[in-house]
Design a protein around this ligand. Sequence first.
Ligand code: PHB
Length: 397
Amino acid sequence: MRKRMFWLASAAGIGLALAAVPAPAQTVKVGMVSTFSGLNANIGEYMERGMRLYMKLHEKDLPPGVKIDLLVRDDNGANPERAKQVAQDLIVQDKVQLLAGVIFTPNALAIAPLTIQAKVPLLISNAGTSIITTKSPYIARFSFTLWQSSYPFGQWAAKRFKRAYTMVTDYAPGHDAEDAFSKSFKEGGGTIVNSVRVPLMNPDFAAYMQRVKDSKPDALFVFVPAGKTATSVMKGFADLGLKDAGIKLIGPGDITPDEELPNMGDVALGVVTAFHYSAAADRPANKAFVAAWKKEYGAKETPDFVSVGAWDTMDAIYYVVRAQKGKIDADKTMALLKQYKNPDSPRGPISIDPETRDIVQNEYLREVRKVDGELANVELETIGTAVKDPWKQFNKK
Ligand code: PHB
């Protein structure tokens, strides 16, 4: 009898204890693959900072008891083997429910098959080659494609220049930039005088710049994968005297990343680019974003296009987590991502094209100018509104 009383009392106690404990915490694990070593190692920090700032400012927007755990891994530059390995470890050992990030296209292509095998959605925050999203139904892109900037830019350039020379990094996004710009520039009546592809690792820009100078084009169109490489281009362009020879340097915004402008110096003044994001844009959502960035990381710090890609990726992650109350299902996640829209991103209105899972966004024409004594990518006009990836439009099955 005494024993029975004991059991009843304990059971009641357990019941009370259970009632007092809030619903069990639901943690969503997100694996971020990015670049913190190797080529352009500084870019990864702009991505991680963008994600962490979003998480800090939006913690309250998650359902009660739901948490997001961001696991950050270094893929060591354009290194597909390493990227595949870290993504696999995140999936198998850490059991992440979502993958995000990825600076370099070869890395995104290496991870794509894993997203199908393991059914883990990947939200691309940077890598910009058009084909990436065709490689897995579990990929959606929150960054850009090179076709998106360079195709409308070629149309614009054909109205100003007769002869253009193209110089791109010899890997997939460079080939996309070259194809996109050349197509629309020629369609608009321009002539491509020469197209050169430079190696991804340690290109000697001086040697290439001399050849450009000798062929006297009106404009030199360049793509390189942002970061410090963009500053090397600017140095080569200045040292070989191309600016003084009256050659206009143009390209997608990857050649004038906001954070590299202070390292480039005045040679960057007058460089004209097309892109979806500038830290100098005066949209209220961007002003608030840049102010939050400076408050968090320091008055001299600036976000760039990688940061805004990361910020918007995290906004999409919060949206799918909220909609599923923290219980992530891969197919449901993809269905939700296809509906994703944000009229008020720091870069302007964005959405995901449900047919291609690629971002739809505006493209702005920008010029490097001095604003309050500092170099800035000043937006001059919108050269494309709600632009879908043109490559996918041209290659519809
Ligand atoms: C890419 O590898 O897809 C890539 C990297 C850096 C950029 C743009 C594209 O600035």
